[in-house]
Design a protein around this ligand. Structure first.
Ligand code: NAD
Length: 283
């Protein structure tokens, strides 16, 4: 038991644990879905958010929502797959903001092809977009964070970082598997220099692409839900708590983690039963 005179600090007020005031956050994919939700949450907690996407109109909408809520954000059209642009982007960030504390690599898109038809060019496109382009942003942000003495990076992976999806996702899964290893390797390289690198692995989170697939084949939603004990698909805002945690000093001892955000999908064996949802469920 602690002596009454212990100098153990009191638990800080909840808001201070996750306060991002003064931090500069770079987020890719801010025009839509999880990148947009992440940008809104980071700004709401005090960060200045540099929002990247190749969709200029979508970026503008996110920027307006953040401004209306009293947050600080700037939008910059940037294609993550154009690797040589990463250096120019961060030179501009150096001049305009002088530091970078957080990078969230969220931009990305699926690619679906029957493996018998999958071409080398399609595999290269998936790798350029999801791995090489993201690596370029990690390298640019990481070098600055090392000079500053600290920072945090989050890469969006997928269930496909660890397991197979089927349904023509071979190239996407190859890339997402690489995202997991990129995260582990960079966290191991940079942890001693104060830079944390983690990944968030979402299950199916509703976005325009998923909505189209459900509209074309409603049975696909039942297939997904059968693997999600929580009983619903993800929503973009489900990423907000994790992103703020990983951007904040509250997660200062968390690095190299691949964190599922999946309603319980990865925990459940493929032949498992969702508790309470099966006729044979025990009480
Ligand atoms: N939605 C899911 O079910 C799910 C599940 C696991 C992983 N993910 C991954 O999470 C990330 C975000 O997914 P989402 O559901 O928010 O998608 P979304 O389609 O709602 O948004 C993706 C955003 O990324 C942008 N983008 C795509 N490629 C880009 C590039 N090369 N350069 C700049 N911007 C680019 C798009 O313009 C779009 O604004 C993606 O990497 C996706 O692969 C999604």
């Amino acid at each position: 038991m602690m002596p009454a005179t212990s100098r153990t600090p009191a638990v800080p007020a909840a808001v201070s644990l996750f306060d991002l005031t003064g931090k500069v956050a770079v987020v890719s994919g801010s025009a839509s879905g999880m990148g947009k939700a992440a940008s809104l949450a980071l700004a709401a907690h005090g960060a200045t958010v540099i929002m990247l996407d190749r969709n200029a109109a979508g970026l503008e909408v996110t920027a307006q929502e953040i401004a209306a809520a009293g947050g600080r954000a700037v939008a910059r059209v940037h294609d993550v797959a154009e690797v040589e642009e990463a250096g120019r982007l961060f030179t501009w960030i150096d001049g305009a903001f002088g530091r970078v504390d957080f990078l969230a690599n969220i931009a990305g898109e699926g690619i679906m092809t029957d493996p018998l038809d999958l071409t080398a060019a399609q595999i290269r496109t998936a790798l350029e977009n999801l791995v090489v382009g993201r690596y370029a942003l990690c390298r640019e942000a990481g070098s600055r964070m090392i000079r500053q003495g600290g920072g945090s990076i989050v890469n969006t992976g997928s269930l496909a970082s660890l397991t197979a999806l089927g349904r023509g996702h071979v190239a996407y899964s190859m890339a997402m598997g690489a995202v997991a290893q990129m995260t582990r390797e960079l966290s191991t390289e940079w942890a001693s220099r104060g830079v944390r690198v983690n990944a968030i692995l979402p299950a199916q989170v509703m976005n325009p692409g998923l909505a189209e697939r459900i509209a074309a084949d409603p049975s696909i939603e039942r297939t997904w839900l059968a693997g999600i004990p929580r009983g619903r698909l993800g929503r973009p805002e489900d990423i907000q708590g994790l992103i703020v945690l990983l951007a904040s000093d509250a997660s200062s001892w968390i690095t190299g983690a691949l964190i599922p955000m999946d309603g319980g999908n990865l925990a459940m064996n493929a032949g498992g039963s969702i508790g309470g949802a099966h006729a044979g469920a025990t009480r």
